[in-house]
Ligand binder design. Sequence first.
Ligand code: DC
Length: 221
Amino acid sequence: MGSGSPLVTIDGPAGAGKSEAARALARRLLVRYVDSGSIYRAITLEALDRGFDLDDTQALQELAAELKIEVETDPAKPPLVKVNGTPVTTRLRSPRVDETVSLVAKVPGVRQAVTRLLWDLSQGAVVEGRDMGSVVFPGVRKKVFLDANFETRVERRSRQAGDWGSDSTEHIEEDLRTRDEIDQLRESAPLRIPQGALVIDSTRLSVGEVVDRIVLYLNSK
Ligand code: DC
């Protein structure tokens, strides 16, 4: 493993509220935060821009290994992701990336490249994703699994889509269903509740309430 262990991992499906909770928690604790999904999105965007065939796992693996990806980990600053020096943040949540990111993220060679980057970035940080507590940082003591019911997750993604561009609710529903299936059924690091994780159902909780629960958990033995 790289330079060190994160403070806490937060895993869960799309729309469970991980990014907002991870950021707010990191701000409260004055530590860094890492959104691992944004790294998979950046690789996907680059593959699409270059016109890659997304079934070509060898090409995707090579691309992931060669790209220089930089992410802003200060939760007090706006999110920023750069690929080979170019900011791509505003393009990472387009419907095109939403539709294809799970195909890129299921390639084992891509996951290895991202895992290496995460090992370098995550010392003492709040890290969120799908396999943070189960595969990338299995030795971390504090692990959270954040979930919410399907309707709530669709609603949250619809709200985000409104912020980032536009997408219909039907399309978001279909995309979440497909991504859930690919993320849960893939062979390499599928979405799982990590052993010993605190499970939080955020369906009826605000971001602040989720953060309160995680802080209590971090302060417990
Ligand atoms: O959290 P998100 O929606 O931005 O993640 C985008 C995709 O990236 C998600 O559908 C699956 C993949 N992902 C992953 O496989 N492993 C992670 N640790 C984070 C995201």
